[in-house]
Design a protein around this ligand. Sequence first.
Ligand code: C5P
Length: 224
Amino acid sequence: GDVAVLVPAAGAGVRLGAGGPKALRRLGGEPLLVHAVRRVAAAPSVSAIVVAAPPPDVEAVRALLAPVAPVIVVAGGAERQQSVAAALAAVPEGPDIILVHDAARALAPASLVESVAAAVRAGSAAVIPVLPVVDTVKEVGADGVVLGTVDRSALRAVQTPQGFRRSILAAAHAGAAAAYLTDDAGLVEKQGVPVTCVPGHEHALKITRPFDLAVAELLLGQAT
Ligand code: C5P
C-alpha cells in the first residue's frame, strides 16, 4: 500500500459528557478508536496507521489496538494540530499519501478511505470528503439577531479522512504557526494549495454529542 493514515485520538471529549477521552468511549461495547482503526485497516491501500493517544493512555491504547491491526501509537499534544504533527513525525519511510482521520468518525467505511486516497493518487495535492448542507444556514450576532443568510448551495460539510500528498502535508505542518484550525485541509489552504472535494459518506458522521452516539449505535449493524 502507498497510504499511511494518521488518527488523532488525543482529545478530551468533554462534549460527550464525563467518562474520559472521547476516542475511548464505547460504541456497541468497543471504543470508538477500535471501530475507526478496524475500518481504516480494512482499506487495501493502507500500509501504516499512526494513532496519537492521550499521553497517559499511550500504553493502554497500544494494548487495545494490538489485536485489531498493526499500529504505531504516539503521545498526542494539547491541540489537535500538535497531535497530527506528532503522528506525522512517526510515519515510516515509504507511503507517499497521508490521510488524517478523526477517531470520532468511527464508522467511516474503508470505501471512503479508498476513494480519498484514489483522488490523491490521481493527482490532487489535497482531498476532502464533503456532503451538501441540508439546513438553511444563517450568520447570527452575539445578541442573537440574524445578520444574514448564507447561500447554502455553495456550502459543504467536511468530513475525514482528508488526504494529502505527503510532501504537501509535511510542508504545511512545518510552516504552521499555532493556528486555530479545526482540520488539516485548512493548513494547506493557507499555503495556497488547491483542495479538491470528493463525495463524503453519511456513516462518517462525527460522534460528538450523546445524540450522535445513539445514531451510531443504530448504524453499527448496517453494511456500508
Ligand atoms: O475536539 P474535536 O472533536 O474537534 O477533535 C477531533 C479529533 O481530534 C478527535 O478524534 C480528537 O481525539 C482529536 N484530538 C487530538 N488531540 C487534541 C485534541 C483533539 O488528537 N489535543
